[in-house]
Write a protein that binds this ligand. Sequence first.
Ligand code: IPT
Length: 957
Amino acid sequence: MSLRTTPSVDYVEDVSPGSGVLPPRAWYASSDARSLSLNGRWRFRLSATAGAEDDSFAEEGHDAGTWAEVTVPGHWVLQGDGAFGSPIYTSHLYPFPVDPPYVPTENPTGDHLRVFDLPSDWPSDGGAVLRFDGVESCARVWLNGTELGEFKGSRLAHEFAVGELLKPGRNVLAVRVHQWSAGSYLEDQDQWWLPGIFRDVTLLHRPAGGVGDFFVHASYDHTTGEGTLRVDSDVAGRVTVPALDIDVATGEPVTVAVEPWTAETPRLYDGVLATDGERVPLRIGFRTVALEDGLIKVNGKAILFRGVNRHEWHPEKGRALDLETMREDVLLMKRHNLNAVRTSHYPPHPAFLDLCDEYGLWVIDECDLETHGFTEQDWRDNPVDDDRWTPALLDRAARMVERDKNHPSIVFWSLGNEAGTGRGLTAMAEWIHGRDPERLVHYEGDWNCRDTDVYSRMYAFHDEVEKIGRQLDGGTRKRRELPFIQCEYAHAMGNGPGGLADYQELFETYDRLQGGFVWEWIDHGVRHAELGYAYGGDFGEELHDGNFVCDGLVFPDRTPSPGLIEYKKVIEPVRIEGDGADGTVHVTNKQDFADLSALAFEWSCQVDGETVESGSLAVPALAPGESAEVKLPEPPADGRGGERQWTVRALLADDTSWAAKGHVVAWGQFAVGARPLPSFPATDRPVPEGNRITLGPARFDARTGALLSIGGVEVGATPRLDVWRATTDNDDGAEWQTDTRFGVLWRTLGLHRMRHRLVSVEAGDDALTVHTRVAPAAREAGLDTVYRWTSDGERLRLRVSVTPEGDWTVPLPRLGVRFGLPQADVVEWFGGGPGEAYPDTATASMVGRWRSTVDGLQTPYVRPQENGARADVRWVELGGLRVEGEPEFWFTARRWTTEQLDAARHRTDLTAGDTVWVNLDHGLHGIGSQSCGPGPLPQYFLKAEPAEFSFVFSTTR
Ligand code: IPT
């Protein structure tokens, strides 16, 4: 056999999808046909260009003994400790010149070699197929020295027929992978560029008479309660479903009474497709997806997506996910009340879709297609509007649909993401509609809905969404008749997203609004020895988009962020409202299909945040959409004169596949009466003594009015006005945002460098009054601030009065006081918790008694920024002090200053100092989601206006 010695690399820049590959087909695991996983350690050689090495490595007997090794599935840039290059992050810019279909000469190329023994009992009949589930971005393949072909389409399966080439005993599989190819132009998703064989490689025996491709059609007629099953199969055979007594020939429909499949009730029936040579297990879910009355309906009912966009991500393995990680995603989603996933922006590993079928999630399966970088040239030369590329687009559409068509969870096919518009997309939509008329087609870029069955948008502001809900948005006639979803909204970058509850209210008010998918599931931080988690720029990329890649509801290690906790509360499938005064609870089943029989309800009553009584609450098994009023028992007597409140929880009544009995699904809280405010008679008078003033338990500096100590507690830094916060990603906003970005304005105004001018210190009859003016350099605007200290002999009260002076056109980041304590560790408070909350992210903040440590209060955003505030705090104790608020306040404590937090780029930049910095805030500005969406709604602005608030300090030791 002779191999070329001068390698031709033309295929790399060829727009065609590839050659030598088998037609796409359904992805399944056979019951009886043999398979051999070729995952594991492979020999690996990296070259700098596509044609640096000849083909001889693919030849039998090639000595790869000096080569390195990599793990398959995997990305070579995440292996070898940097020896194999490093990841590149760009959001939408191509990291190479836009010169389609050409790619740079510097084209990292990984030669992979795997020698394997064919098991001695490998069947000799039939054929064999070699399957690659995902290779980025272009692969050329040889088996035992014979070239099989080459392909592109990174997150799609590709198979080669290899029966003739397999040998008993030793076989040599050679795969050359190029990081860049013409296909890269179609794969400009907002994520790390990560070359490699990153999904499974499997050798599959194909027995004679075995199953080829098949298509399970399982519909449900909600008017009769019957399902109709028809399995079309390339190779004729029989289909059996024991639980339904079904035993029919392939191609033949059969109708029987069934329980339907929905995301809420994911009933799957086990079946078998048997041909002469093979048996394939089926997991059948009966459901009918339709566009009816301008609504997306499943089984005759309109559904509401409570969704999320999921990229595949693991902080060490990149997009090479194992089954347990996929399951963790699904379990976390179910436990947080999510019911839908958009597989942004490519078909996921097929096992993930099995899990969606099994646990119950609606899926928008998205094609591996994005050409976003062409927006930089007004979409000129966009491959989706260039017939030369259409075969590649159709190949991608077919590879998605054929691979995934047997999943009941998939209700929409999505053409791709951010690819502009063009004939190629239309061709894809036409092909998909023809091949699978039983599902709907999605694509966001098509605002006229020429090719789609839904009007889909991303990051539309609340007011526009409301307009669309009211059908006042105009548009083409076709669009006006379609339902609306936000395929992306609520950008979860850093602290946030804010405004979720406001969106949900709209979704639940207008029928046309069928929900949305938060952007996005997980922060794509890369585990890094020095930085903790790396983001764009940390690998020295010449072009990058920084931490825009860390915008998930879970941190890189999948710990839920406060955003996920908030989302869980906002999308509760049961709404629990109530009137604490008259003891009525109003329960509504917000689900589309399931009644409430899976849930048990519990009430508890708290006095000052401590539960004093609890019991179970009988709530009828309400049907979807139904509500009921339920009476609470008499509240416990108001003996202590404390603050009384009810908490009602909905818990899983039994274990489910995704959470254990007792898991809290939803809750509501309602006050029995108003909070009694602390009474505080100012009985003591300030006593000046040299350079000190004593007032009750406190000592002050007579010259500056600074608080020095309260009782035995030294105060490291006196409470003084603070308006600054380490701007969040949402404060800073995206550069292309046209609305005001307050994070930028605040800094321009100088709110991060306020100066405090002491006007006077006055020891009066019953108060020590310190008058200051707080303002930044170069500006006339300032805040006249008066601190009035009084004491009742044991405690100390601070009243802060703030009057803005000059022209304040911007809201304030925060308004409160900051002080320092030399030591504090354990923190206890009565107020909102357990997690952080801000004005427009506070739905999940539950009023109660909470305990944490100062370190435990920090939210580990990958790029450090304002975090960790607790809402509605009545009192807090830490470092020997107790602080009570009049009114309730926002509490934050950290071992570094706001300025240090602001300057940090990674968490590893933050080191604990010897002071615990405490912020007691009267107000905080909202969070919004302007890193890629609207800023906070006006009702969450912290306006610069006159304010007065008080704190009562006492010691706890
Ligand atoms: C939108 C993209 O579809 C998504 O992939 C991601 O980049 C997201 O934004 C931001 O994180 S496109 C947006 C810039 C309008």
